[in-house]
Design a protein around this ligand. Structure first.
Ligand SMILES: N[C@@H](CCC(=O)N[C@@H](CS)C(=O)NCC(=O)O)C(=O)O
Length: 258
């Protein structure tokens, strides 16, 4: 139980960068209040508090704003009884280098998800979370306009999607290769930020049940996306990511500050 004000996590609820931050905080046993905003509307708080256009943001009670999921992950790791980064500098660098690749892979998994949801208004309910009603009403009433803008803004087009598919498949192969010596986690026998980041970035296409907000099922995806999602789920690296969700997403370790 915490005394005093709690940190505020500002997210686009469905965002896997938000999920990366949420998981890092949850695992460290840190209490926080999550505030949801929808795409475009999140620009307001993002600029106001973080000085840039992306969320998640973590607003600490003292007034500090952590304005990137990686910064939030590092902060949560430092509060956690079992930190997500190794103490050894070279080992830590290896985790961070892998994370940087996985964050870029996350842009491609997100592109694939948007190629589905921007063409399927039935998925809108999953997007809303607890965002203010007026933001939800905008999406309900102006889906066509929002969709056109978002497709251009996020480069959801056949050429970019072809690159996304290649990047996703290459990343899954690389991860499977890294695991092929039988290690339990990406960097060895211990769960690190690389595992959390890989699983969270993969969640956009693997749709794990344990994700921080409800997601649709792969089987519901539109033609042209569904077969890829179902194929990728069977990949050994995807099986690993889904195992991380099953075994690690709800694990709460002691916070050193609790
Ligand atoms: N590197 C950032 C990326 C976050 C990010 O791309 N957030 C998206 C939501 S999925 C966003 O806020 N996009 C708004 C925009 O790009 O205009 C992080 O890890 O926090």
């Amino acid at each position: 139980m915490s005394a005093g004000p709690l940190p505020r996590l500002i997210t686009i609820p469905i965002s896997h960068y938000g999920e990366r931050a949420r998981w890092a905080l949850d695992r460290a046993g840190i209490e926080y209040i999550e505030e949801h905003h929808l795409q475009m509307f999140a620009w307001g708080p993002a600029f106001l508090h973080g000085g840039k256009k992306t969320v998640p943001l973590l607003l600490l009670p003292g007034g500090t704003c952590l304005n990137d999921s990686g910064i939030i992950l590092d902060w949560a790791s430092r509060q956690c009884a079992e930190p997500y980064y190794p103490d050894d500098a070279a080992e830590r660098r290896a985790v961070e280098e892998l994370e940087a690749k996985l964050v870029a892979y996350g842009v491609e998994t997100r592109r694939v998800t948007y190629s589905w949801v921007l063409n399927d208004p039935s998925t809108l309910e999953y997007n809303y979370g607890r965002a203010p009603g007026w933001q939800q009403a905008f999406f309900r009433n102006a889906f066509g306009v929002a969709r056109k803008f978002a497709k251009q803004y996020l480069a959801v087009n056949p050429a970019a999607l072809a690159i996304a598919h290649e990047t996703i498949e290459r990343t899954l192969d690389d991860v499977a290769l890294q695991l092929s010596d039988g290690r339990a986690f990406l960097m060895g026998e211990r769960f690190t930020a690389a595992d959390l980041t890989f699983a969270a970035m993969s969640a956009a296409v693997l749709l794990p049940r344990e994700y921080g907000v409800p997601l649709p099922e792969a089987e519901q995806a539109i033609d042209g996306v569904r077969d890829k999602l179902l194929e990728w789920r069977e990949h050994p690296a995807a099986v690993f990511a889904l195992r991380l969700y099953r075994d690690e997403r709800r694990r709460v370790l002691k916070s050193t500050t609790a």
